[in-house]
Design a protein around this ligand. Structure first.
Ligand SMILES: *Cc1c(COP(=O)(O)O)cnc(C)c1O
Length: 430
């Protein structure tokens, strides 16, 4: 008999009713966003592309924000998400540590992105906006926003990085099914897209370039706003529902985590898991926060801390973050959601202060752990999430060697059922 699985579930009544804002609790205040000529960005400069409520959330020192009732109702369709003990995986690894995963793959889009997509769609609708423009790398964010567009009656246009569209045509089908328009980026519809194509006709696109296209689209139409699925403070704010649920689940399940692990692309699932624990870590709690990033796009471990643009064309404010440079072209690894040159300013500040440890994960090991998880837990992990689960497995093995088993918790940020080309390559290669 395989070992019994344990799942810590919470009743609907336990869904957190507010989001936690880490800004006032950071070890040092966040440096301001800057314009290209080095001036601090004023809130009103963001108004052409974001609704007022989200601009407030981006910059506010308020400790908490109430979750609006319509957003709560939508989140309650799949939240609280389960925290499950990966007992099969533990056994296969031969470790005594307990490994737990917070399963964000149960959302409508199959990833944590739905947590912020619903909130962003709500605030834009409430501000009288009719249409959202966005980019998508791997496709999860575009899918989440397309669904949120249906939930809150908004048109959605998605600029999808060309390489991802070619690798995962099924993603476009889902977004089209959900009523969204999907364009291959770079496109001919924006200045940024036309310029990139003229300079490099064969370009496969980058997330930074797709962001430029979506920002330009939104800035040029009064009925349209821009929506971003990661990086920014308000996105991490919405994702704090993950860490807040975890706290309740730790209490309910008698879990004292030694390691909290999540993958890091732009920082939203990692930040959403981690920042609610910042106050207790400042008070001395011994919890290690591990951000698992890909070796091929290592912004936190190899990037430099600087003000840099969030996009390739330089249309966004310059954010204080770890960055590989806005022109960095990551190789075509299959974790599309982790191919971003920068990082969240909040996560960057926590890395800089030493409160978060980044680790670069890659190579065939990554997919070996992913397939071990699939075969023992019966869930196909998203390639992005595989970085977190591989890091968690390695921690469990380290603790075993040291003879000090503990509790290791990672976020399964999404499932990989629409990312099968990555697994096909792996199966054919190894
Ligand atoms: C987008 C995505 C990521 C990476 O984005 P973060 O903002 O770093 O969380 C990770 N996992 C999945 C499943 C994603 O869709």
């Amino acid at each position: 008999m395989p070992p019994a699985e344990t799942t810590v579930t919470l009743p609907k009544a336990e869904i957190p009713r507010s989001w936690y804002n880490v800004l006032p609790d950071l070890p040092e205040p966040l440096e301001p966003y800057l314009t290209p000529d080095g001036q601090p960005v004023k809130p009103e400069m963001l108004a052409p592309i974001f609704p007022e409520a989200l601009i407030e959330q981006e910059l506010s020192p308020k400790p908490r924000f109430d979750i609006p009732e319509p957003v709560l109702e939508t989140l309650a369709r799949w939240r609280p998400t389960p925290l499950t003990r990966a007992a099969g995986l533990e056994k296969a690894l031969g470790v005594r540590s307990r490994i737990w995963f917070k399963n964000e793959s149960v959302s409508p889009s199959g990833s944590h992105k739905s947590n912020t997509a619903m909130a962003q769609a709500y605030y834009n609708k409430a501000a009288g906006i009719k249409r959202l423009a966005t980019e998508t790398g791997a496709g999860q964010w575009g899918t989440a926003l397309s669904i949120a567009g249906q939930a809150f009656d908004l048109n959605v246009r998605v600029y999808m990085v060309r390489i991802s569209l070619e690798q995962k045509p099924g993603r476009k089908t889902v977004m089209n099914l959900m009523g969204a328009e999907v364009l291959s980026s770079p496109s001919d519809l924006t200045e940024a897209g036309r310029k990139a194509k003229a300079e490099n006709p064969g370009t496969l696109g980058t997330l930074g370039l797709a962001i430029s296209e979506a920002v330009e689209d939104a800035a040029s139409r009064p009925d349209t706003n821009y929506s971003l699925g990661s990086v920014l403070n308000h996105v991490l704010l919405h994702q704090t529902i993950i860490g807040q649920e975890l706290k309740k689940q730790f209490k309910a399940g008698g879990i004292k985590p030694d390691y909290l692990v999540a993958c890091h692309g732009g920082g939203s699932n990692f930040g959403g898991m981690a920042v609610p624990f910042v106050p207790e870590i400042k008070d001395g709690a011994k919890i290690s926060l591990i951000a698992a990033e890909p070796e091929s796009c290592p912004s936190l471990t190899r990037g430099k801390f600087a003000h840099d643009f969030g996009d390739a064309a330089g249309l966004t404010p310059m954010l204080p973050m770890y960055t590989l440079g806005k022109d960095f072209q990551p190789p075509a690894i299959h974790a599309g959601g982790l191919r971003y040159h920068g990082a969240s300013p909040i996560v960057s500040a926590l890395v800089k202060s030493g409160m978060v440890k980044p680790e670069a994960i890659g190579g065939p090991e990554l997919f070996r752990y992913a397939s071990l998880f699939a075969r023992t837990e019966f869930i196909v992990p998203a390639p992005e999430s595989a970085h977190a689960l591989a890091a968690a497995c390695m921690k469990a093995l380290e603790l075993e060697q040291a003879g000090k088993p503990g509790d290791i918790v990672f976020v399964l940020s999404g499932h990989g059922l629409l990312d099968l080309s990555a697994y096909e390559d792996f199966i054919n290669t190894y």
